[in-house]
Write a protein that binds this ligand. Sequence first.
Ligand code: DON
Length: 563
Amino acid sequence: MKKLSILLTLSILCIHCKPSSTEEKIMGLVAEKAIVVSAREEASKIGIEILKKGGNAFDAMVATELALAVSYPYAGNLGGGGFMVYRKNNGEIGALDYREKAPLAASKNMYLDENNKIIKGKSTLGAMAVGIPGTVAGVFEVHKKFGTLSIEEILKPVIELAKQGVIVTKKQEERIKRYQPYFKKANKSLILFDSIWKENEVITYPALAATLERISKNGRDEFYKGETAKRLVHFIQENGGIITLGDLAKYEAKWRTPITFKYDNLRVISMSPPSSGGVCLAQIMNGIEAYDLNTYGHNSTKAIQVITEAERRAYADRSFFLGDPDFVSIPIDTLISKEYNKGRMTDFSFDSATKSADISHGNIAIVESDETTHYSIIDQFGNAVSVTTTLNGAYGSKLYCDDLGFFLNNEMDDFSSKAGVPNMFGLIGAKANEIAPEKRMLSSMTPTIVEKDGNLWMVVGTPGGSTIITSVLQTILNVHEFNFGMQEAINQPRFHHQWMPDVIMMEPNKFDKKTTNELKKLGYKINEKDAPVIGKVEGILVLPNGKLEGGADPRGDDTAVGF
Ligand code: DON
């Protein structure tokens, strides 16, 4: 916990404790009124264009989401799903769940062979991996409740972008090349992305433009009941999938109550189940609140220890308790309470690492009644929107519907295919997250908004599978505890622990060797090999003078645009 008085004293006595105050401060984009920050400049620009036309953050959400579907096929999507957390300028908060669902014909053991073994690749590659997409339902639900401009007006620049095409960036050139072997495995014929695409070339998306034009004209039902639905189901079944027209017709996005909790003078508003994001973030922050991270120092041995130990315990609970709240009872109130998480930390000592094998889920007797993308928006009216949307893996199931112009998700892998067996993010699940028809798979997506002293302060989120929660956590702590600005906080090296496997993942060669050696001596296993990049955070911070600072992660092509 950081006490203001302690901070002031420390900053006077020891200016060099706060790296950002002695060196030139790295600032992100500073804007007077509004910022959209997303994974592609084209999408951020379209979001801002909608705001400049007089639209609000919700209109901009629809535009940015669909512009990412065009400009960032790696994760932006029509064939996936996501979560939105919002805070209106009057302080009203809420959350929308447009997560994918399991098809009606899904079953608990659908990814197991006759010997009860996981069939490799079945939940990740091709048509059997696909969950019922929620994105189109999501944007229309947002628009119905809060939109002010017409859908046609919002979609116009998006459709134009698909027709005019999008410039290939260096990072995109590399990504497409890297995933081409999988495109060939998942698809019967060659797809648009099997061609050699070089930096600065332009990819046009005529099929996607036509799909978006039909959606713009006929509305949400075009995707779930109309011609697009028929063509989509035909395509999925032709490729061996089990999704039917009945599945699409039954899909609904759902309004949820966000998870909220206090940390010092902050109030954090984050996503509720079926995402584990808000619950885990609350557990970790409540677990660490009593420790004086600011005094330990940013990314110091002691700070990393405390955060790691709280993460270990929260992820152990995640794997046992969390799943779709429409199917399982989750003891949310206990899980996010201060007392429970304080109690979970009582067996931690600075003298040595706790072993994950010695940690299980907490004892709660009564059960109470690689790719995603995030964007953050604050509009000129003071409304804030935080959205994380995904196909799950990079380009989802890699199954690309050439006819309609988009990739389909492989979100079914976020279920626990078999109790105790890790999914593609190494996450272990249990009964709460087993597969059932129409159930939503557990997520880690953590779109978050933070208030400080009752006022809007930060909008933040990131992709990164299981590392999403801990990347959001570190970004908030970097600003609140360690006094970095928004861009600086995002630039800092990140680490991650998720209970199992019992390792601290660290971005390679970014952490002080002395610190990593100390951690090793205390019994922590460090892995600096497998996560070259942890998260791609997009944040907006309301500065003390009322201006906004947008932070876009340099780990990607991410860009903040504002006015
Ligand atoms: O919902 C989830 O937690 C995952 N499907 C997110 C996937 C993701 O972030 C991949 N990005 N690196």
